[in-house]
Design a protein. Structure first.
Length: 488
């Protein structure tokens, strides 16, 4: 899922997912979303890139009603499973054949739904009337952007409270309501509700950090203290606030501590060697990766402890990084970009088997740069540290071939020499912009962008780079100006 290429339930980027994939009809075809958008380049679902998997699937590889109609129309006499070349050659014709059908039975043809940005597989998703009427006497403009509504929403979303009656009256009297709206946002961006410990930005990191109290060290430790995720929450919130470059979440080489002062959270950036940090804070919380090998939160102690653990080739670690920061969930066939001659089964896990290779030809090259970072233990390195010879410690368990696991890999079609470069490529990608903007869109609007909102969403994604300088604060100022945010 992604937010421009997204489903309301999921909300993460879907580059390279299969549009049609069943054992009895056709096999997974990573280029299919792009082919769909070649056929329908003006479709709202294609506003920000390849179409979403929900176009044809309930959950890959299960087809929805529209996907089943396409599968029936796709080279019906050909032997299954289809070769990718056959699939791609026949897809455009199959799409054309089902345009006049009503796959979901809502009395609207598939083509009309595609053009309107609604789902041809969901009877509850139908085009809205072209003319808007506002017959309700509720004080809101129901046919467009309403500054008063947006003001109330900004106060709730970013300050954590409704505006007082006096504040509402003052806003209604403003000659320049949009300027006043942005002044209110600036004030609320500095509130504890938004940027404080346990605030909305802090909580946005939950899915990325996956905290577990049982193994927490530091303040309020669990029964088996291994690492402290407080460092991760503080660092994430710091990178997302104060106008900072959000790419630091992947590329930064310092750390951040959060402390309370006068009822407000204060974030303090610091940089110490592992030895210095252990001497100051203790061995149970110290960050153990030396500065040249740090890659933001990807090399934090908690991340390595939680996902690499005792693993030699840390596929789970790479998959979490790909999902949390680039929006691609490989378990759902998202973000598949197969690398030629991969996977190589260095650790004798059977990943080269045909059914496994569909995902591992993307996942394993993503993983190799993570392989020199130790988790809880198992290799020949100090836990949570970087060690070039780490793989030698897994030969007894994973076979002698594991020592040949390379450190270089491939991310988003680009060769990277190590994890530091992996993080740089990731942070500068459109996928990162989509995932970051998507996080805040879902946080503030409660769901991923709807098809009719994808154009506004795509503009935010485009602007998040150069125009916003990767500042979340700057992006949010544009987000509250969208009709998706300000229309009741």
């Amino acid at each position: 899922m992604s937010l421009p290429r997204t489903t309301a339930a999921a909300g993460v980027a879907l580059a390279g997912l299969a549009l049609l994939a069943t054992a009895t009809s056709v096999t997974a075809q990573p280029p299919a979303p792009a082919r769909f958008c070649e056929v329908y380049p003006d479709a709202p679902a294609c506003a920000a890139g390849p179409a979403d998997c929900a176009t044809c699937h309930t959950s890959p590889p299960t087809l929805n009603a529209y996907g089943e109609d396409i599968a029936d129309a796709l080279l019906p006499g050909a032997e299954r499973p289809l070769h990718e070349d056959e699939f791609m050659a026949g897809l455009a014709d199959a799409l054309a054949q089902v345009e006049g059908l009503d796959s979901d039975g809502d009395l609207v043809t598939n083509l009309e739904e595609i053009q309107a940005g609604t789902s041809p597989a969901d009877a509850g998703s139908t085009p809205k009337p072209t003319a808007c009427t506002d017959d309700l006497d509720d004080g809101w403009d129901l046919c467009g952007y309403d500054p008063g509504y947006a003001y109330k929403k900004v106060m709730l979303d970013f300050c954590g409270r409704s505006p007082t009656l006096l504040e509402r009256e003052q806003f209604a009297a403003e000659d320049r309501p949009q300027a006043a709206l942005h002044d209110a946002l600036d004030a609320c961006l500095d509130s504890e509700h938004w940027r404080g410990r346990g605030g909305r930005v802090w909580s946005l990191a939950n899915a990325k950090i996956a905290p577990q109290q049982a193994v927490k060290s530091g303040v309020n430790p669990g029964p088996i203290p291994l690492a402290d995720y407080d460092d991760d929450y503080a660092y994430f919130t710091w990178t997302q606030t104060g106008g900072r470059d959000a790419r630091l979440v992947l590329t930064g080489q310092t750390f951040v501590t959060a402390r309370m002062q006068g009822g407000a959270t204060v974030y303090e950036e610091w940089d110490r060697t592992p030895a210095e940090d252990a001497a100051l804070r203790g061995e149970d919380v110290a960050q153990m990766v030396e500065a040249p090998y740090r890659a933001g939160m990807l090399t934090h102690r908690w991340f390595l402890m939680s996902f690499t653990m005792f693993t030699g080739v840390p596929r789970t670690t790479a998959a979490q990084a790909y999902r949390a920061y680039l929006g691609h969930d490989i378990a759902r066939l998202e973000g598949l970009e197969p690398v030629p001659d991969e996977p190589v089964d260095y650790d004798t896990k059977g990943v080269a088997a045909p059914d496994c290779a569909v995902c591992h030809s993307t996942l394993d090259p993503l993983t190799y740069p993570f392989s020199r970072y130790e988790g809880i233990g198992g290799g020949r390195a100090r836990s949570y540290s970087y060690a070039p010879q780490r793989m030698e410690g897994f030969a007894d368990v994973d076979g002698l071939g594991v020592v040949n696991t390379p450190e270089h890999g491939v991310l988003l079609g680009q060769t990277v020499s190590d994890l530091v470069e992996w993080a740089q490529v990731a942070a500068n990608s459109r996928d990162f912009r989509e995932a970051t903007v998507g996080d805040y869109w879902a946080l503030l609007l409660g769901e991923a962008p709807r098809a009719t909102e994808l154009s506004e969403y795509a503009e935010l994604v485009d602007s998040f780079g150069d125009a916003h300088g990767y500042s979340v604060d700057a992006m949010l100022h544009d987000l509250i100006d969208t009709e998706a945010y300000g229309a009741p």
